[in-house]
Design a protein around this ligand. Structure first.
Ligand SMILES: [Mg+2]
Length: 250
């Protein structure tokens, strides 16, 4: 964390006033519920399958798998289905085409298990949303596969807290501008809360909004790599979501 603080000039929490905002938006994965841990579990099971063909602890295997996932974002997008396709590709390539259909089927079973897993909420989610409801409009902005994200939102039982729910395929300045224009929200009166500097925080600050960064020690490494043009942008940082109401003065 020390690195990102130094590079991106985070400011420590100073109280924000609710009256300064019209809308507070929340990221979902790893902000309202834990998600990245499921990918880690998926990868552990995948490596057990891979072990039938190559030593998964050999040099370069981890990097190969991670690179496969990231390099496929452009064509598969984000989410478990995308991850499973990348794991199938990695298995076929690393086994040099020897991977059995049974092992590909095992990856698909893992995918269905991960998608059916119960949501593991971040501590204090309902208390924070209960506190804000009625005081200000809330929005949910989550990135990923539409069906996967909708399924999680339905399963969460939290949808009723949000005036607007948006599932987007990427979170960049253009997408935030579009969303705010669509809902008639002035960026200067918009606050975004999330765990990913690259997706939730810096693009919002870059278009004139404010953001509260709540780091999560399981955040995907890809989300911590941020473009150099964002150096110097300022945002608030909290240790946990449960600290949000205290940061936002009535
Ligand atoms: Mg997130």
């Amino acid at each position: 964390m020390a690195d990102s603080e130094a590079r991106y000039n985070c400011r420590m929490p100073t109280p924000l006033s609710l009256a300064d905002f019209d809308v507070i938006a929340f990221d979902a994965d790893d902000t309202l519920w834990h998600n990245e841990e499921l990918f880690w579990e998926f990868k552990r099971h995948f490596k057990a399958i891979l072990a039938r063909y190559v030593d998964p602890s050999a040099d370069g295997i981890d990097a190969y798998i991670d690179n496969k996932e990231v390099s496929n974002i452009g064509c598969y997008g984000y989410g478990f289905k995308s991850y499973a396709l990348s794991m199938i590709e990695a298995l076929v390539e690393l086994s040099q085409g020897r991977a059995a259909a049974d092992d590909i089927a095992r990856i698909l079973i893992l995918l269905k298990q991960q998608m059916a897993a119960d949501l593991d909420f971040v501590a204090g989610v309902r208390e924070v949303l209960d506190h804000l409801t009625g005081r200000i409009d809330l929005m949910l902005i989550t990135k990923g596969d539409t069906q996967e994200q909708r399924h999680k939102i339905d399963k969460s039982g939290l949808a009723h807290y949000f005036r607007w729910i948006e599932v987007v395929h990427r979170k960049d300045e253009g997408v935030y501008r579009e969303l705010l224009a669509k809902h008639g929200v002035n960026p200067a009166r918009f606050l975004m809360v999330g765990n990913a500097l690259r997706s939730d925080i810096l693009p919002v600050v870059a278009i004139g909004g404010q953001a509260v960064y709540i780091p999560n020690n399981t955040t995907w490494a890809h989300e911590l790599e941020v473009p150099p043009e964002y150096a110097g942008l300022r945002y608030s940082e909290l240790p946990a979501l449960s600290a949000l109401p205290a940061l936002l003065r009535d």
